[in-house]
Design a protein around this ligand. Structure first.
Ligand SMILES: Nc1ncnc2c1ncn2[C@@H]1O[C@H](COP(=O)(O)OP(=O)(O)O)[C@@H](O)[C@H]1O
Ligand SMILES: [Mg+2]
Length: 417
């Protein structure tokens, strides 16, 4: 029977844990038969850096990118393969670069979401450009940082408009702290944002295609303890709201692998960080949730490749704004309408049908592997690569315990742990 092999390219930096997991699962997937009876195989390859001719034809059908946010050669290669070769990308290099946290706030505010009051202030130190002094003298308005802060109210957050990994983020309680934080910000452009104090839940959701895992996050804990294994920590309505907001932002910007942060206080959901398109999927931080992430990544990539889903680089912001701008619709009505648009973008029904009819063996396959000595080796190697010698035993036990809990909940006793 005729067969097509689809190659997934992995654009990686230092991480080795989830790529190894993903490669292993792909190698165990076996052929997938589409509705017309044609067989498809999926393979993976780690992409290496080299000069490229703009007219080269890439061998990849899909690329998972973890690198382009700081490394420009692969970034430009991604743009080339997106524009010229229709390679399917997780995520679009265009919106990921242009639409940082700031752009996500802007879109979400227009769409009616409850982003805390946020002001962008000019950078403290001038850009390194000979024209700056002249331009600033002519056009820059003096401004009173302290008055802006008073207006927002203390405590507030000062954070980079395009930030990540908490770098440059400070919680500012008074005028002295404000001035210190601003002095420290240098050439980085900063937002001042009202703080959501005494929130009940920090919900961090990881979305892959049309699937979302909403997790309870504890930012004050060390990385390995930040995701709490908790299931009913939000009411069904709030859980659904967080999930809808995550999918909405992703569909709006064409992000298909992204993590999103919401602070929930009472019955109000406040999005604070919505552009993490190279999301943390480390085994050591996701632990219990790691098998879900790998399984979903496998399913979504397979769906895109086997069904020939076309990458959609163009945004259709207008359809979303037409809903957001309506005054006759309530917040709930808008969310319901956004949910329909995002389900449509992600082809949610078709994806779930595909998983049921073509990928019904995947859950078992992932469980078998996570419950195997091979996975345990990965776990031990990852701990060895991540923690100093005197902490390794503790972290192996910690991870075995949490992954074992996942295995047990799938209805089986773990062999390790
Ligand atoms: N408006 C806010 N209210 C309360 N806490 C906030 C707010 N903004 C940021 N934080 C806290 O600061 C952390 C880092 O800010 P965030 O916007 O997520 O930046 P980064 O992109 O660096 O992760 C958040 O995880 C949260 O704990
Ligand atoms: Mg964050």
């Amino acid at each position: 029977m005729a067969e097509t092999t689809h190659l997934i390219g992995l654009l990686l930096g230092t991480e080795d844990d989830w790529p190894t997991a993903f490669e292993t699962l792909v190698s165990r997937l076996g052929p997938i038969t589409d509705a017309s009876g044609h067989n498809h195989r999926i393979a993976t390859e780690r992409i290496t850096m080299e000069p490229f001719d703009l007219r080269d034809r890439p061998r990849y059908g899909l690329v998972i990118d973890r690198l382009a946010y700081w490394y420009y050669l692969p970034r430009e290669w991604l743009k080339k393969v997106a524009l010229m070769n229709d390679v399917y990308l997780l995520n679009s290099p265009f919106t990921f670069q242009a639409m940082e946290k700031h752009a996500a706030y802007c879109a979400m505010i227009r769409l009616g979401l409850k982003v805390p009051p946020t002001v962008l202030v000019p950078h403290k130190d001038p850009p390194d450009n000979a024209r700056f002094q002249y331009t600033a003298a002519r056009y820059n308005q003096p401004f009173d940082l302290s008055a802006i802060a008073e207006q927002i109210g203390y405590p507030l957050f000062m954070k980079p408009y395009d930030g990540g990994q908490w770098i440059g983020v400070s919680r500012v309680r008074n005028r002295e702290e404000l001035e210190r934080a601003y002095d420290d910000s240098g050439r980085r452009l900063m937002h001042l944002q009202a703080s959501i104090e005494d929130f009940d839940v920090f919900a961090r959701s990881l979305s892959i295609g049309p699937e979302t895992m909403v997790m309870k996050f504890r930012p004050e804990e060390p990385m390995h303890d930040r995701y709490e294994v908790a299931h009913d920590f939000l009411s069904p309505d709030l859980g659904d709201e967080v999930l809808t907001i995550s999918r909405l932002v992703n569909a709006f910007f064409r992000w298909e692998f992204n993590s999103c942060e919401c602070l929930v206080r009472g019955d109000q959901v406040h999005p604070i960080d919505y552009a993490n398109a190279s999301p943390d999927v480390a085994l050591t931080s996701l632990h219990y949730y790691f098998p879900w992430a790998m399984k979903t990544l496998l399913k979504w990539c397979t769906f895109c490749l086997v069904t020939g889903r076309r990458p959609q680089l163009d945004l259709d912001t207008r359809r979303y704004f037409e809903i957001g701008d309506r005054e006759d619709l309530s917040y709930e009505d808008k969310l319901a309408a956004y949910r329909r648009l995002s389900d449509e973008y992600f082809e949610a029904d078709r994806y779930h049908d595909f998983c049921a009819s073509r990928l019904s063996h995947v859950d078992e396959l992932v469980l078998d592997w996570v419950d195997s000595a091979d996975f345990d080796r990965l776990l031990v190697n990852t701990v060895r690569a991540t923690y100093p010698a005197h902490e390794q035993e503790r972290f192996v036990a910690h991870l075995r315990g949490l992954v074992g809990q996942w295995v047990r909940e799938q209805g089986r006793d773990p062999i390790a742990g």
